[in-house]
Design a protein around this ligand. Structure first.
Ligand SMILES: *[C@@H]1O[C@H](CO)[C@@H](O)[C@H](O)[C@H]1NC(C)=O
Ligand SMILES: *[C@@H]1O[C@H](CO)[C@@H](O)[C@H](O)[C@H]1NC(C)=O
Ligand SMILES: *[C@@H]1O[C@H](CO)[C@@H](O)[C@H](O)[C@H]1NC(C)=O
Length: 592
């Protein structure tokens, strides 16, 4: 399959061969079908190249000579199709005359169904043989796409039509309309949109805030520019599938007026649609949009159209002279069908009337409540709970003699950190319910785990408050229950954090978040292991000293003191690392 890979590489980037390996073979078949190179410029309209055949009639099994000629060109793609169905399957097969210049392609699973150039050298003409298959239709038309240079190319140049001898004469109009309908009628944008008029004559929404679509590929840009009765809308951004925006009365998807720019192979369809709920938008086919134009370049979709401010004749189009929340979403598209956006749409912080004074605004992919929820949970289950547990587990002997408000210092610190954890959890827990107005049905297992953690976070301090006195026989049972419930809560909380970070509502950087979370878990578990080993060795030392009964008291105290210093150093180091991880997460969340 190296051959189709080659044409695609040349076709897409004119000899950036290194990128060929990145393209799966399926894409090749698509290029064969649309015959449009992915150069992101508009094709030329008037062909100057010519396709001729050495005879005008053919019979199944015949071999004919086909010539593509004209001013020097670098690349081409030649195919034969049923003249009455130009977007139908490829017909017949080609063999080469000059294999230095041309090569055979396997398009639509038929070997030799198309021919392309072998290298980007300049050529004046190309000759190949075409074999008529036994089941050939009555009329065959040859089609070619010719690339003169990167920005200058012609798509689906119509060539000679050949017919079987007994067939009725071919009527041309049908072929012409078929050809035109496969061409994008409205691709005449030639450069990125300009943000220079933002806040001046254009109302702009950009993400990242104030990015420049002319310079930054990652810039998502939506602008509205009004004149008397209509508004010019421009939208651009990186997307492999579609880009869309919606006008909404609330922060929810549903009952919204939406506009989509959907990439279909090498063309873009601009569509008005309405959203009836959290489901696939309903496309509105009526012609409410005018002056549509688009462009595809460097993975960026650009489209623009004009719309009347008020469209009383179209029931799903909102008046633009009212305030709305504005959503911008992107996602995958396949053959013109769109898929759910992979991440939460960008939503403006408040409602805006785009007909008012031109402004420059941004938006957020994560809603404020969800960000606060995440931040509080990180503080609770990453930092306060972890430090609180370490102190109870390892620092009892270190701070047993220090008292603070009538209780051992370790206990006061432990209790304070754990109560903080519970309080933060309670506060954070209600936020998603407020945000969603109920249960989050689309959040997978995360909310279920969250409820378990919440229940444990409430039970744990209650249990601790009613703990039996220190020498009570039931104290042992309390200790065990307290430890296991706490450990279960922490493990489930970590699982919930991993799942929660993957939800679209919190759009943290993809790989970074997983590595950072794994880093935190490793840091914590590592510290526990170090302290555990240290405690074990200390008991061994004391036992040995005990056995030999030499200077027991003195050595024991010395060893203990040394142990305490070590533990304190580990704790200090641990807290430093833990807080560093916390700050990393909090700052990532605050930047969303
Ligand atoms: C067209 O070319 C083919 C292949 O070379 C040849 O077999 C056929 O006879 C030619 N037809 C005419 C009319 O010259
Ligand atoms: C937009 O308004 C103009 C002027 O009122 C009108 O001629 C045109 O038909 C309207 N366009 C649509 C799509 O309704
Ligand atoms: C918006 O414009 C339409 C038509 O010009 C008008 O009927 C409507 O009252 C306007 N709405 C607002 C909120 O200004």
């Amino acid at each position: 399959m190296a051959v189709p890979g080659f044409i695609l590489g040349v076709f897409i980037h004119l000899l950036h061969i290194s990128s060929v390996a990145n393209y799966p073979n399926g894409k090749v078949a698509k290029s064969c079908h649309g015959m449009i190179p992915e150069h992101g410029h508009s094709p030329q309209s008037h062909p100057i190249h010519h396709i001729s055949v050495n005879q005008t009639t053919f019979q199944p099994g015949d071999q004919l000579k086909v010539t593509l000629s004209g001013p020097p060109f670098k690349g081409f793609l030649l195919e034969a199709r049923d003249a009455e169905d130009l977007s139908g399957p490829l017909i017949g097969s080609f063999t080469l005359i000059d294999s230095e210049l041309s090569q055979i392609l396997t398009c639509e699973d038929i070997q030799g169904s198309a021919v392309s150039h072998r290298n980007p050298s300049k050529k004046n003409d190309i000759e190949v043989y075409w074999h008529a298959p036994s089941s050939a239709p009555n009329h065959i038309q040859f089609l070619a796409t010719v690339v003169e240079k990167y920005k200058i190319y012609w798509v689906k140049i119509p060539g000679s039509i050949i017919s079987q001898p007994n067939a009725l004469p071919f009527t041309t109009p049908k072929a012409t309309t078929a050809r035109l309908s496969t061409l994008p009628p409205d691709s005449h944008l030639t450069k990125p949109f300009s943000a220079s008029a933002c806040g001046n004559t254009k109302f702009c929404i950009r993400s990242p805030l104030n990015c420049d679509p002319e310079k930054e590929r990652a810039c998502v840009f939506l602008s509205f520019m009004r004149d008397d009765r209509s508004v010019m809308v421009e939208m651009s951004g990186p997307s492999k599938g579609y880009l869309s925006f919606a006008l909404s009365h609330d922060r929810w998807m549903g009952d919204d007026d939406a506009y989509l720019c959907i990439r279909d192979d090498q063309t873009v369809h601009i569509q008005a649609s309405h959203l009836t709920g959290r489901s696939h938008p309903v496309m509105d086919s009526e012609g409410s949009l005018e002056d549509m134009a688009w462009r595809l370049a460097d993975g960026v979709i650009q489209c623009s159209f004009r719309r009347n401010i008020s469209l009383p004749g179209f029931k799903n189009r909102f008046d633009l002279n009212t305030s709305y929340y504005i959503f911008i979403a992107d996602g995958a598209a396949d053959d013109g069908r769109i898929y759910k956006h992979a991440q939460q749409p960008l939503i403006t912080y408040e409602k805006h009337n785009v007909m008012d004074f031109p402004k420059n605004i941004g938006g957020s992919h994560s809603l404020f409540l969800l960000k606060v929820h995440a931040a509080l949970m990180f503080v609770a289950w990453m930092t306060t709970v972890s430090i609180g547990v370490l102190i109870a587990r390892f620092f009892k002997p270190v701070w047993s003699k220090a008292f603070f408000f009538g209780e051992a210092a370790w206990f006061q610190v432990h209790r304070m950190l754990m109560i903080t954890t519970s309080v933060l959890t309670c506060v954070a827990f209600v936020l998603p319910f407020m945000y969603r107005g109920g249960w989050s049905r689309h959040a997978g297992y995360h909310p279920y785990l969250g409820c378990v953690v919440m229940a444990l976070a409430v039970l744990q301090p209650l249990l601790a408050a009613f703990r039996p006195p220190i020498h009570d026989p039931r104290r042992q049972m309390f200790n065990w229950t307290h430890w296991s419930m706490g450990t279960a809560a922490r493990i489930i909380a970590v699982a919930a954090m991993f799942l929660g970070m993957d939800l679209p509502g919190l759009n943290l950087p993809e790989l970074w978040k997983t590595y950072a979370m794994i880093g935190f878990v490793a840091w914590h578990v590592g510290t526990e292991i170090v302290l555990e080993i240290h405690a074990y060795r200390l008991t061994r030392k004391v036992e040995i000293l005990d056995d030999t009964r030499i200077q027991i008291l003195q050595s024991f105290t010395a060893a203990e003191a040394e142990g305490h210093t070590f533990k304190k150093a580990v704790l200090a180091l641990y807290v430093w690392g833990n807080v560093t991880f916390l700050i990393m997460f909090l700052s990532a969340i605050s930047q969303l």
